[in-house]
Every structure is written in C-alpha cells, then in structure tokens.
Design a protein around this ligand. Structure first.
Ligand SMILES: CC(C)(COP(=O)(O)OP(=O)(O)OC[C@H]1O[C@@H](n2cnc3c(N)ncnc32)[C@H](O)[C@@H]1OP(=O)(O)O)[C@@H](O)C(=O)NCCC(=O)NCCS
Length: 251
C-alpha cells in the first residue's frame, strides 16, 4: 500500500508525534535540507561532529549530519526537549538508542540513508527498524540471494518472471534489513533469521523468524515508497494501529 507523504516544517514537528500504538516515518532529501549546514552542526554533539569530520567524502558527511539533525529535531519535538541536549548511546552492533532524557513510554527510533534520502522511524510502543534503498539492480541478485536469503526466498525469486525479479529482490532485502535493524542486529549474520514476503503483489509481511522467543505474528511491517526511485520497509516488533509518513521541509 502506498502512503501519502504529508509536508511538514520544523515548526510543525510537535504535531507529528506518534500516538501510543502508532508509528511516524520522516523523510528528508539531502538536496533539500530542512535546516542549513550551520544550524545542523550546532545541534550535533562532540561525538557526532567528530564522526562527521572523519567522513572523507562530502556526500556521506552531508547525509550523516542531516540524519542526526533530523533525529534530534524530531526527538526534541516529540519529547518537548532541547534537541542539542539529547544524548545517545550505542548497542554493541552500533545501533543508537536514546540515553537521556529517560522517557516513559520509551522513544524508539531507527534511521536509514541511501544516496539523497534519509528516513527516520519513530514509535512509543515497540522497537522499530527501517531501511531504504535506491531502485537499481545491485549486481547479481541471484548470487546475493543464494548467499543471504533463505532457500525458499531464493527459489521464489528465481521462479518469478524476469522483469519482476529486481523489484522483488529489493523488497525482500529492505524487509529483512528493517527486521534486523529493529533488533539491532548485524547485516550478514541476521538476514537469514527473517523469512519475508517478496512478490510485488504481496503486502510486506514477516512470514517466519528463527529469533529465540519470538514469533513472526508479533511483528508488523509496511512497504514504503518515500520518493521517486526509492523503496523501503518498516518493521515494528508489535502490531501498530496507524502509520503517518512525513516529508520534512525547510520553513
Ligand atoms: C546496521 C546495518 C545493517 C546498517 O546497514 P546500512 O544499509 O549501511 O545502513 P542504513 O543506512 O540502513 O542504516 C544506518 C543507520 O542505522 C543505525 N544503525 C547502525 N547500526 C545499527 C544496527 N546494528 N541496527 C540498527 N540500526 C543501526 C544508525 O543510525 C545508522 O546511521 P548513522 O550511523 O548515520 O547514525 C549494518 O551497518 C550492520 O550490519 N551493522 C552492524 C555492524 C557491526 O558489526 N557493528 C559492530 C561495530 S560498531
């Protein structure tokens, strides 16, 4: 199902706070930043600024800064807190989580970026994972599928009409990656733990998981089409009653 991406400015962010049981997803284009570079840099903490400085190339540096800035602006608006004063910590896998302020209910979030696009998913009731990819054929999809997909998924992909295969591959990849990002996993270790739907006519669904103590029915997913030429997936470790999607613009 395609979602309507509502335009919102920084000033409008407080009204986008997800209600308990719902999810909000925010999208920003790196070539249409919602704040200028100076305003972004002022919001980042020392750790984020030095990580940005270590990125050698302009494009990833710009995307990283914009993503952190989006995260701080949204978290600040949702929690009614100074965005520059928020603190994050990192799971051993590198997944950032909010350290301070401590909030009840928790502030669950996940970021993803690809080329010009940054996406942020936020919920208050369950961990979320999000992934976005540019629509392009990422090399030999069958070789990648045989290595990182479950055997059933690789067989289903190969049995589809050839023109549908690249899209099906990307749908499966983003769904699996969104799931592993919800748990704070590792790309190449955890992709096979999630069995997902991949046919373009099927809704985004987690069909099975080998995660201990978890069953696939507890998870809920959404297919995302945030901009021309991009597709993505959202994974939530609980049912959700609503999904609101926003494009954050300057002003
Ligand atoms: C997480 C991972 C799947 C993301 O892959 P990717 O397609 O390159 O990245 P995406 O654009 O979708 O997401 C990146 C963002 O997800 C978040 N993130 C980082 N690690 C994460 C993880 N393990 N789980 C969930 N989210 C994670 C971060 O916010 C990151 O953006 P930032 O660095 O700008 O803050 C991949 O980096 C991975 O496997 N990480 C674990 C690697 C590892 O072994 N880390 C140990 C040392 S830190």
């Amino acid at each position: 199902m395609e979602h309507n991406w509502t335009m919102v400015s920084c000033a409008g962010l407080p009204a986008t706070a997800p209600r308990q049981g719902t999810v909000s997803v925010y999208c920003v284009h790196a070539d249409q930043p919602f704040l200028d570079w100076q305003e972004c840099m002022v919001l980042l903490d020392e750790d984020e600024q030095s990580r940005a400085a270590r990125l050698k190339f302009d494009e990833p540096r710009r995307r990283y800064v914009l993503a952190r800035c989006l995260l701080r602006c949204v978290a600040g608006a949702v929690l009614d807190h100074d965005p520059a004063a928020l603190r994050f910590f990192y799971m051993p896998s590198g997944k950032p989580e909010l350290e301070w302020p401590e909030t009840t209910p928790p502030f669950y979030f996940n970021l993803t970026h690809s080329f010009d696009l940054v996406l942020l998913a936020v919920a208050r009731h369950a961990p979320v994972g999000v992934d976005v990819e540019k629509r392009r054929v990422p090399g030999d999809i069958h070789r990648i599928a045989s290595k990182h997909f479950l055997p059933d998924e690789a067989v289903q992909l190969a049995s589809m009409p050839q023109p549908l295969q690249p899209e099906a591959f990307l749908r499966a990849w983003t769904r699996k990656e969104a799931c592993l990002k919800a748990i704070g996993g590792h790309l190449f270790r955890d992709l096979k733990r999630f069995h997902v739907s991949l046919h373009p006519s099927e809704p985004a669904t987690l069909l099975g998981t080998t995660l201990e103590g978890r069953n696939a029915g507890e998870w809920h997913m959404a297919h995302l089409e945030p901009a021309d030429g991009y597709l993505g997936a959202l994974a939530v470790m609980a049912p959700f009653e609503g999904l609101a999607t926003y494009r954050v613009l300057a002003g």
